[in-house]
Design a protein around this ligand. Structure first.
Ligand code: FES
Ligand code: FES
Length: 162
C-alpha cells in the first residue's frame, strides 16, 4: 500500500462499468462506500467489512477484490466492474441467467459477489470443473446455504454439466 494522506477529500476520476465518474471523497474511502453511496450502485453489499465474506466483491482490472477493504485510491486509473456492469434484466450475463435458472438465490445478499468471483473465474478458465468452481468461490460466503445450487449455476453458465 503506497502512502496516501488520509481524510482530505479530493476530486478524482473513477472508471466504473465503462463510465468515467468524478468522485469527491478522501482517497482512503473504501471503494464499496463510493460505489453504493456516491454512485448508487447497490449490488455489492457490506457484509463483514474486513475482506472475509465476499459480499462486496467487484472486479478491478479483471481481478475479483473485496471493495470493503480496497481504498478508493487503489482503483484510480483502473477499470472497476460491479455486478450491474455484468448485465441487467434486459441483457443478463450468462451467470445471472444461470443463477435464476438454478434458483440459486434465497435472500440474494451474497449473489453480486458470487457473480464477480465467478466472472473472474470464467474469464481465466472458460470451462472450469466443479472443483475449480468451488475453489474460486471459497471466499464467498452464503448464509442461506445455496452453495450447491450456486456451483451448478456457474457450471451451467460455463456450458458444463450442472
Ligand atoms: S463486506 Fe467485504 S468481504 Fe465482507
Ligand atoms: S442467498 Fe442468502 S446469503 Fe446467499
Amino acid at each position: 500500500m503506497s502512502a496516501k494522506s488520509a481524510g482530505a477529500a479530493a476530486a478524482v476520476r473513477l472508471n466504473v462499468n465503462g463510465t468515467e465518474h468524478e468522485i469527491s471523497a478522501p482517497e482512503d474511502t473504501p471503494l464499496l462506500y463510493v460505489l453504493r453511496n456516491q454512485l448508487g450502485l447497490k449490488a455489492a453489499h457490506f457484509g463483514c467489512g474486513n475482506g472475509q465474506c465476499g459480499a462486496c466483491r467487484v472486479l478491478i482490472d479483471g481481478q475479483a477484490v473485496a471493495s470493503c477493504d480496497t481504498p478508493l485510491w487503489a482503483a484510480l486509473g483502473k477499470r472497476v466492474v460491479t455486478a450491474e456492469g455484468l448485465g441487467d434484466a434486459a441483457h443478463p450475463h450468462p451467470l445471472q441467467s444461470a443463477l435464476i435458472a438454478e434458483q440459486a438465490g434465497q435472500c440474494g445478499y451474497c449473489l453480486a459477489g458470487i457473480q464477480i468471483s465467478a466472472a473472474a473465474l470464467l474469464a481465466r478458465s472458460p470451462a472450469p470443473g466443479e472443483a475449480e468452481v468451488r475453489a474460486a468461490l471459497d471466499q464467498n460466503l452464503c448464509r442461506c446455504g445455496s452453495h450447491n445450487r450456486i456451483v451448478r449455476a456457474v457450471l451451467r453458465a460455463a456450458g458444463g454439466t450442472p
